[in-house]
Design a protein around this ligand. Sequence first.
Ligand code: MG
Length: 218
Amino acid sequence: MSIKAILFDFDDTLGDRETYTHRTYCGKIDEILPDAEPWYREAVIQQCLIYDQHGDVPKGYIRDMILEKFGIDFGTDFPSYWRIHQPMNVVLYEDAIDTILELKKRGYKVGILTNGESDSQRTKVVSTGLIDLIDALTVSGDTNTRKPEPEIFRLTAEKLGLKPEECAFVGDMFRNDVYGAHRAGMLPIWIWPHSERRYADVDVIRIQHKAQLQDLFR
Ligand SMILES: [Mg+2]
């Protein structure tokens, strides 16, 4: 069956999460330690980014680890700080809009399927202008399912009037995005935008930049 839609994950796929996550941790450190020595400040922030694991852990875990490692207390409201401030810092990868426009020009429908809180994820899609370019948006917080459950992939295909087999899904997290799309019957494409290398033993289509999608979907 031919592919009629390209669906995207948001964070680390369309959104340059490395950048807006760094900015958000900076904001928290500067609030708590406004006079921190710059190299110490950066050491704390870089450790936050390691504990953050590309967003796959609860923010309470990061708060606990930073308290243990540095004796710095982000406070019990850190998860809500994150929900408000991370979307305020959002920025897209340079190739996000051009790629979507080009795919649309070629006749593909485009959608976004993202895990997370409704308010913060929707704010990111709206403030970056992506909401005006896409044909469907699904945020797990608005549903009773989340990636990697196949239901949420099927739900997004339905919004486009398509079968899962007619959709490709582009995402960075293997379990949530690639494995989830595979189980739902979509064509998974694993994008790994980070500089560190990752290995995989399954025969999955892999890209590092979204511009490469223009070679896959002509
Ligand atoms: Mg992601």
